[in-house]
Ligand binder design. Sequence first.
Ligand code: G3P
Length: 220
Amino acid sequence: MKFFLDTANLDELRRGAAWGIVDGVTTNPSLIAKEAKPLEEHIREICGIIYGDISAEVVSTNAPEMIVEGRRLAKIHQNVVVKCPLTRDGIVATKTLSSEGIRVNVTLCFSANQALIAAKAGAYIVSPFVGRIDDTGWNGMDLVRDILQIYRNYGFNTQVLAASLRSPTHVSQAALAGTHIATMPFKVLDLLFNHPLTDKGLAQFQNDWNKAFQPAPAGG
Ligand code: G3P
């Protein structure tokens, strides 16, 4: 399963990149707006930090404008994946951009039928929002499993990207389901490292080592 960082914050991306386990980045208009920098320059900087698929989302809502915007975003860097929302216009734009060889991540997916539509339009990635479904009292991971099964049934190549992940449990559930990609905030990626027995075990190893090999104090 690929790990993507769901952030547009350059410091977080640099910290994640240093670990060598980040395969890509997802951004959205809310995440870009938080950083308050011009979009194209910002996306270019992100492409310079992480080598992998970098999703950049259109903000237009009608198909002709989404297509123009998507073409412009795709020109920023070869690794840019254009994100289009799962609306009727977004699907028209997805179909057109995909037919031009531009890779599209169809976002804001909340149902299996929406995911089926995205795949039929030629989406490179579909992004079901797990946490936001959980927020409504439904099970977001059930949707991820359903989409994976439907895609398997028909041999669709569209990758399933579990988005809106809020915890390490979400990440391991996504991996168990066989999700192609999990995108997560930096905080969640950081939490994946943690286990109290790792810290305890390391402290014990260091203690034992130091007791055996530390030189005796001078004059002792
Ligand atoms: O990738 C989608 C993600 O940014 C949404 O996450 O936590 O705002 O639901 P969240």
